[in-house]
Design a protein around this ligand. Structure first.
Ligand SMILES: *Cc1c(COP(=O)(O)O)cnc(C)c1O
Length: 366
């Protein structure tokens, strides 16, 4: 049997044609028409006023912190239940993370966020929220808190491109949003990211920093240091082709989720990741928890059938890297980590493959 992967890249078929155009133009550089077109496409799709194509979402989050003035000794609130790329940049800036646990939405708890702000050693400058597995956070409550407290909101929408809240795209609610086009995301450019914001000066500053902070002289003059974070025109060509099928990719991921739900219906101990009111996630990954069964048993059984699955992400406050970091928790994400599993969810999966995965799960649980 062919291996079933968790979330492999899914090309549209147009990518190589666009790459050929890049080669013909010889703009094999982090500049060119496809970089601009990719940014225009993201702006048109998400409704954000400004966009900046980058080498990764991790780079985007780093630039977001730099542009918002987060530096040494500052505190940055962040969802603990996330992927490392979400919070590495806090360390790049020599700032301190202040982690916040999840609630029943699996994403950051607004209630614990309030507590974290009260308990912070000094007023946090920014909050990084993650729409984990493509499912939305409780944005109304979170935005309200950030607004009242005067804390910048950064949306890590790396996993949630195409997901909406009140019909508006994830990534466009905060001061700055970040999408990822890494190999396993809903769209892939092999690697890449995009920074979005309605604030033109932040995006302009991020662009300056992403291209080595060169002052406006031919001889390369520098007043501050930057990074080499811009996206290649070759990869942007892949991005433009991928954007043409984004809607179809979201629909297929949601279909796959619905099929899992149907196939596993009636198994009481299975709980799928919920969807918060008035939101529509992109169901990037179908994720679930088991009330009684050790997910490792299911993972091993799937592996035995050449099917890739993965535990839910290990919360940041349980990572050795962050053993001294501050956390406001009530055990929710630790429980999710203990009980949960991510199932194969790639948009190229066939229905029969989903059924095959479910039959293995059912055999373990019976
Ligand atoms: C993938 C991912 C990132 C990092 O994205 P890259 O483009 O690989 O740097 C950050 N946060 C979350 C939640 C992710 O899933």
């Amino acid at each position: 049997m062919d291996r079933i992967f968790l979330s492999p890249p899914h090309m549209s078929g147009k990518e190589q044609q666009y790459i050929a155009e890049v080669f013909k133009s010889n703009y094999i550089a982090p500049i060119g028409t496809f970089v601009t077109k990719f940014e225009e496409d993201i702006k048109a799709y998400t409704g954000s006023s400004h966009a900046l194509a980058l080498s990764s979402a991790t780079a985007g989050l780093h630039l977001a912190l730099r542009v918002l003035g987060v530096g040494e000794g500052d505190y940055v609130l962040a969802s603990s239940f996330t992927f490392i790329g979400s919070v590495s940049a806090i360390l790049y800036q020599n700032a301190h993370p202040l982690f916040v646990d999840s609630d029943e939405s699996w994403n950051i708890s607004p209630e614990l966020l309030q507590k974290a702000i009260l308990s912070a050693p000094k007023k946090p400058k920014a909050l990084i929220i993650t729409h984990l597995y493509g499912q939305l956070c409780k944005l109304d409550e979170i935005r309200h808190i950030c607004h009242l407290e005067g804390i910048f909101l950064i949306e890590d929408a790396a996993e949630s491109l195409g997901a909406t809240y009140h019909g508006k795209q994830s990534g466009t609610f905060g001061d700055i949003g970040v999408y990822s086009f890494n190999g396993n995301k809903i769209l892939s450019t092999s690697g890449g990211g995009m920074l979005v914001s309605d604030n033109a000066s932040w995006i302009e500053k991020a662009k300056f920093l992403s291209t080595q902070a060169k002052e406006d002289f031919l001889h390369y003059e520098h007043k501050e240091f930057g990074y080499n974070y811009r996206m290649s025109n070759v990869l942007a060509a892949i991005g433009v082709a991928q954007m043409e099928v984004l809607e179809a990719r979201v629909n297929r991921r949601r279909e796959i989720f619905a099929l899992y739900q149907k196939e596993l219906e009636g198994i009481d101990e299975i709980n799928f990741m919920p969807e918060v009111t008035d939101s529509q996630g992109n169901r990037w990954l179908t994720t679930l928890t088991f009330d009684h069964t050790d997910p490792q048993r299911v993972l091993d059984a799937l592996e035995g059938e050449n099917i890739e699955s993965r535990p839910l992400w290990k919360p940041m406050h349980l990572q050795p890297l962050f053993k001294n970091a501050l956390i406001v928790e009530d055990g929710t994400s630790a429980q999710l980590f203990k009980k949960g599993l991510c199932l194969p969810s790639g948009s190229s999966l066939h229905d029969e493959e989903v059924v095959r995965v479910c039959s293995v799960i059912k055999k373990v649980l019976q």
